[in-house]
Design a protein around this ligand. Structure first.
Ligand SMILES: [Mn+2]
Length: 607
């Protein structure tokens, strides 16, 4: 339960419900930050020049453009990387640069810079490589680039390792000597800062920036960085740009996702558009997503959207299959406090998704590894149903040196366990690793997998307590009481909506409403419960998705405490606010209380 806000905190929020003030207080929004929170204005964005390395990066890029050097934007294959890559390519091209994009193939090349790709780019006459959403952990590869006469500028937002790449410039607000005030930009956010600096002072500079904001919204939301501070501003403006985007590929993709008439919020971006864009990189080649965002050809836009739609279906089936297999293997009550599961048949493209769902399910860090049994020494080109157009990319053909077999893994953590730090302390077992506190990727000699499993389990046993392993729901505020009735729900809903955009670091507010009397409760659909509650001020309805089998239909007259968010509902032309129920505690019932809610292992899938 939240700590009540101190008196006076809500003074600047005169016309708002105390519930809204309590929500903001819980989220650590200080009294001084309140005005900016309610008015996320472009004018309050930080100057790009505050970012360490920016001046050098801009100077170098301008000179390369002036010389007509061939520039390659080298991005990561996830949504953040792909949107950031297209963003920088678009702005550089508009500035007259001779510019191409390169995104490595997830399976045959792997994450980040690789020497073979750099060699090919150099041989192809490329003079400058600008990374997006990767590169901070590629000190060796940057050194290699330097040795072959290729300049590299790194833009990244991942946790910097102790040894930074010796690039022409490194842009990463998280590097120790960077005083840029906002540290939580996504990769696309850092790319946007560089683009803004490049466009500064140009007559069309403002338009250049505005035309890429749709990409910033998609990448920032999909990368799950906290939607606070500058990200809140970027996503607010970005969503409105996205709702009016002229990008043919995005329009086509929205139609496939049934979103052509919808007003897009972070929810649609995170759960509908993002996964579709990501599907190509997971199953096949991320260049498909890149080309979708770049194309100006209507027929090609439709074709690429079809390809992504199909890949996304494949990705969903594959993910479900691997999750089921992994859960069967782990069992219902694992004893280890950090889990590592591996299998040769699990594709690297979905192991991150699987790790995320398992970490949520088991309430502890989970690492999933695609185990490689035999060293690879075969020459192969990235499989691609659709060949990237030569203007957009360079085809990658790679020869992997014959060596001990290497496996790749991805992990998702639980609150209170810093995964990238844990991996750093196992650095002697790993070939490569990087990421964030809550999500990280790594590769290691296959023979080291059992040792890594044991070391992580020991680390987790030492730092995670028993109570850390139970599912919890954070309650933002309590409603009900004497001066709150059903008639107040509409106004409260409207006021809570002003806290949007919701997402990481600013979830839709969760409310506790005690002593609701059940008027009706029935199972609907596959496994949902529909409620109607009687209160002294009228009836209110609620829905609990995917909870019929564990809560069960409650008899009329039961008195319950409900934990919920509010949602707008329109049915038969009648609009109402209803409760989207996260958990229910029966008063004097089985002893569940909202503070210790029933486990919600069957939370509805939003994928
Ligand atoms: Mn990223």
């Amino acid at each position: 339960m939240p700590t009540p806000m101190p008196s006076g905190y809500d003074a600047p929020l005169k016309n708002l419900s105390p519930v809204v003030a309590q929500v903001l207080y819980n989220r650590g929004v200080t009294h001084d930050e309140l005005p900016a929170f309610f008015h996320p204005e472009a004018a309050s964005m930080h100057a790009p020049s505050l970012m360490y390395g920016m001046r050098e990066a801009v100077r170098h890029i301008r000179a390369a453009i002036a010389r007509g050097d061939c520039i390659v934007v080298y991005g990561d294959f996830d949504v953040d990387g792909v949107t950031g890559t297209v963003l920088l390519h678009q702005v550089l091209s508009a500035l007259g640069a001779n510019c191409r994009v390169y995104v490595p193939h997830r399976a045959s090349e792997g994450y980040g810079l690789n020497a073979a790709a750099l060699d090919r780019l150099r041989a192809d006459g490329v003079g400058l490589v600008i990374t997006v959403d990767c590169g901070i952990s590629s000190a060796d590869e940057v050194e290699h680039a330097r040795a072959i006469g290729l300049d590299v500028i790194v833009t990244d937002h991942h946790t910097p390792p102790p040894r930074l790449p010796a690039a022409v410039a490194v842009l990463n607000p998280r590097q120790p000597n960077c005083t840029y005030p906002f540290k939580d930009l996504a990769g696309v956010g850092v790319a946007f800062k560089l683009a803004s600096a490049l466009a500064e002072g140009l007559p069309n500079g403002q338009r250049l920036r505005r035309d890429v904001l749709d990409l910033v919204a998609i990448g920032t939301v999909s990368d799950m960085v906290p939607l606070r501070g500058e990200n809140r501003i970027l996503v607010r403006y970005g969503l409105s740009a996205l709702n009016h985007t002229q990008r043919l590929g995005l329009r086509a993709l929205m139609r496939r996702a049934g979103l052509e008439h919808a007003e897009l919020t972070t929810n649609e971006v995170g759960f509908r558009l993002g996964p579709r864009l990501n599907a190509a990189g997971r199953i096949d080649h991320a260049m498909v997503g890149c080309r979708l965002l770049m194309t100006t050809d209507a027929a090609e836009a439709e074709e690429l959207a079809d390809a992504l739609e199909q890949k996304n279906g494949e990705r969903q089936r594959l993910t479900a299959q691997v999750i089921e297999e992994a859960r069967r293997r782990i069992g219902d009550h694992p004893t280890e406090r950090a889990l590592l599961v591996d299998d040769p048949a699990w594709p690297a493209g979905v192991i991150g998704l699987v790790a995320g769902r398992l970490a949520e399910h088991y309430c502890r860090p989970v690492l999933v590894v695609e185990r490689v049994e035999r060293a690879e020494g075969v020459e192969r080109a990235p499989s691609g149903a659709t060949t990237p157009s030569p203007s957009a990319t360079l085809m990658a053909t790679e020869t992997t040196a014959l060596a001990a077999p290497e496996s790749r893994g991805s992990g998702r953590s639980a609150p209170g366990f810093n995964l990238v730090e844990a991996l750093a302390s196992c650095g002697d077992l790993l070939t490569k690793f990087g990421g964030h506190a809550q999500a990280a990727g790594f590769s290691l000699p296959t023979a080291h997998i059992p040792a890594l499993r044991a070391r992580l389990a020991a680390l987790a046993a030492a730092s995670l307590r028993e109570e850390d392993l139970a599912p919890t729901i954070e309650i933002d505020a309590e409603v009900g009481g004497r001066d709150f009735g059903v008639e107040d729900l509409g106004l409260l809903f409207d006021q809570l909506e002003t806290l949007e955009p919701f997402g990481m670091g600013n979830k839709p507010p969760t409310l506790l409403w005690r002593n609701l009397r059940v008027g009706d409760c029935r199972v609907v659909g596959a496994n949902h419960l529909r409620f109607s509650f009687n209160t002294p001020s009228g009836t209110v309805s609620g829905i609990a998705f995917g909870r019929a089998d564990d809560i069960g239909a409650l008899p009329r007259g039961s008195v319950v405490d409900v934990v919920c968010t509010l949602q707008y509902n329109e049915w038969n032309g009648r609009a109402s606010i209803e409760l989207r129920i996260k958990d229910v505690a029966v008063r004097g019932g089985a002893g569940r209380s909202p503070e210790h809610p029933h486990s919600s292992l069957t939370a509805p899938s939003l994928a």
